[in-house]
Each structure stands twice: as structure tokens, then as C-alpha cells.
Design a protein. Structure first.
Length: 131
């Protein structure tokens, strides 16, 4: 009778172990070869260049954020100064309006008093003539 083509568990475990050993030997050989060292150095150079680019982008972004924050602060300060100037102008306009109103009221009051005084004098004169 012919041997069965289906491998047993022992055969499969042995084949897996041999494959692991072969893979480990290939990795050791690649690591020990000068070409592997060159590849590692090239990869390290690529990683270092990438890290430099990332750091430069971060620094640029941070500088941009600081610049934008300074611009916002300047704009806010300018707007606050404009609001303060507008508020001061409004106060001055109100004060001028109040002064004008007070002047008009004083003039009207003086006119009313003059009219009343004239009436009183007229009544006194009428009384004197009537006697």
C-alpha cells in the first residue's frame, strides 16, 4: 500500500519549524550583508529627512498661528479703540445736545418770566389808572 498524501500533524509542525529557521537564516544573512547595512542607512536617512520636514512644517504652522494671533490681537485693539472713540464722540454729542436743550429751556423760562412780568406790570398799571 502507498503512503497517504495527507501529512500528519508531526509533518506539518516539522515543516513549519524548517520554514521559520530558513526565514531566520535569510534575515540574518540580509542583516549581515553590506547591502542590508546600506539599505538600513538609506532608510534611516529617509526617516531623518521626513522628521526634519515634519518639524519644519510644525514650526511654520506654529509661527503662522502666532502671527495670526498677533494680527487678531492688533485688529481687536484697533476695533476697541474705534469703539472707544465712537463712544466718546457719542458722549460728547449727548453732552452738546443736553447743553443746547438746557440753554433753550433757560431761554424759554426767561421768556415766560418776561411775559409774566409784563402781565403783572400791565395789571399794576391798570390798577393805578383805575383809581
Amino acid at each position: 500500500m502507498a503512503k497517504s498524501a495527507v501529512p500528519t500533524i508531526v509533518d506539518r509542525l516539522r515543516a513549519a519549524q524548517e520554514a521559520r529557521q530558513a526565514q531566520l537564516q535569510r534575515a540574518r544573512a540580509a542583516a549581515a550583508s553590506p547591502e542590508g547595512a546600506e539599505q538600513r542607512e538609506a532608510r534611516q536617512a529617509i526617516v531623518a529627512a521626513r522628521n526634519l520636514r515634519i518639524a519644519a512644517r510644525k514650526a511654520e504652522a506654529e509661527a503662522r498661528k502666532e502671527r495670526e494671533a498677533a494680527e487678531r490681537a492688533a485688529a481687536e485693539a484697533k476695533a476697541a479703540a474705534a469703539r472707544a472713540a465712537a463712544l466718546q464722540a457719542e458722549r460728547e454729542a449727548r453732552a452738546a445736545q443736553e447743553a443746547e436743550r438746557a440753554r433753550r429751556e433757560a431761554a424759554e423760562q426767561a421768556e415766560r418770566e418776561a411775559i409774566l412780568a409784563a402781565r403783572r406790570l400791565g395789571r399794576k398799571a391798570k390798577k393805578r389808572r383805575g383809581r
